[in-house]
Design a protein around this ligand. Sequence first.
Ligand code: DGT
Ligand code: CA
Ligand code: CA
Ligand code: ZN
Length: 591
Amino acid sequence: MKNLQVAQMFAEIADLLDIKGDDPFKIRAYRRAAQSVSVLADPIEDYHAGGRLGEIPNIGKALAAKIAEKLDTGTCTYLEKLRAELPAGLLEMLDIPGVGARTVALLYHQLGVKNLDELEQAARAGRLRNLPKLGEKTEQNILSGIPQVRNRRRRTPSWQAWPVARDLAAMLSQDKSVRRVEIAGSLRRYRDTVGDLDLVAVSEEPAAVMDAFTKLPGVGEVLALGETKTSVRTQTGLQVDLRVVRPDQFVTALHHFTGSAEHNTQLRHLARTKGIRVSEYGLFRSPEEGGKEVGAEPTSPDLAVPPEADRLPVADETEIYHHLGLDYIPPELREGSGEIDAAARGRLPDLLELSDIRGDLHVHTTASDGLFGIEEMVEAARSRGYDYLAITDHSKSLAMVHGLDEARVKEQAAAIRSLNARLEGFRVLSGIEVDILPNGNLDLEDGCLADLDVVIASIHSGFRQSAGELTARLVGATKNRHVDIIGHPTGRIIGKRDAYALDTEALFEAAAKTGTVMEINSSVERLDLSDTLSRRARDFGLRFAINTDAHDQDRLDEMFFGVKVARRAWLSATDVVNTRAAADLLTALKG
Ligand code: DGT
Ligand code: CA
Ligand code: CA
Ligand code: ZN
């Protein structure tokens, strides 16, 4: 199965075109194609053999031809041509915080810098500061960013791990020795980054499964090969642990390897007090552990497998929890942070569901840096079953993306009013993502903001100010009576830029006073606020908006990941303003 290779081929083409400054629609077409191919359940070879490549979403004639060529010949002439035009080292430069395709192109064309090492030398020699739009500060940031790129790669952003895990699971489940494969570990708990991937397979022929696993396409080095566990590294450097279990062990094995380790440990302690032993092999009655008569045990309790006669039946994970007197705990909550106690007392939150979301309050259009017009974004929102959509383009200080000034905001709001007059059963909300300037002022006049339905205030520049200055900017924004939502509050880009130095406690306290809503930005690179910060914000009584910040139609789907963050933060629908009907929402925002 060559799905992964084909997806990577398209992703590389997209990056190279981006550095070349090619057409954004074309670049996006390649990124979408990479995505579609990476989530295909069947081998792409089957599509090719059946003449059905065109049936894959986002694959038109030209892309189908490239796939066919890759499968038939092992190469893609177009990619080879792009690679010949640009040095390979440019791609890793894209990983430096604050360095995008445009900067990479500039560094390459003006200085001939071709990779991280050369970039580091040039920056040390002070050769970057005189380039247009760069300056001494950027030079310094690049210098401090390079070691980050080298050191990173310890944890992988989950959005990159998902397609790999799905591909491997799908390929493996096609082997005839395998009955079933499931994704476990931190990925199943929807953590935002993962250390490695964990798969659990059910089979009565473990050796055959291990053999098939190590031979899957995309698998590089075999790190450990055992009877029940095998670890490999993919060609892209991700470790994958596979456990193979018997059918009767499946439920407890999946549970065990979903973790977290802390959750498992706490659960095992609780089980002991109830005379039950929990392990990956099963749930067992263990009277000597519950009663007073603690018998001498020959081996460690976690290594010995108890007699089959003591096995408790568990048809699914819910039954594991019920045997222990607990409500079912969803994977997102299994972090050992109070969930077991809450489950024992029937106090788990009624977690937010994707279907609770009634609209998206943060999207961009062609008026700033989006790829679609208002009506196209509305159409995409309607097709997702939403009741409303807020149009929140950038404000004027972001000149590079044609941010809106007061006059254009007014014009856009008028266009939205007349669009609403034509729409039935859907409401477009006028809005803006107004910049919080480095000096703390908002980028647009109060009078302009007052006329809008939704005002998001965000920071897009001056990230490297002191914690005091950054906090003061955000706290200042919460105090403006027209600001409804703080957008991507910490500015982190997963695996690329850390959250900025910021006193989040002070921000939450200020937002609680003014009733300002915190955004959970669901864009997969951001997920900002994070799960832990969102849970903390909830302690302050704050409300949340779960938004995608989509710059095109497809990325409205990333709402899914924002909802996962909210669930990991123990949020219910009542904590989230965009679960309300439009009229209710507007009252909540203005109240
Ligand atoms: P990661 O890979 O760092 O993102 O996090 P996990 O949670 O996927 O951790 P991993 O891959 O080391 O192990 C997968 C699961 O296996 C883990 O969540 C719980 C279980 N597990 C692994 N080692 C231990 C352990 O030493 N004790 C217990 N109780 N469970 C463990
Ligand atoms: Ca893992
Ligand atoms: Ca693991
Ligand atoms: Zn933004």
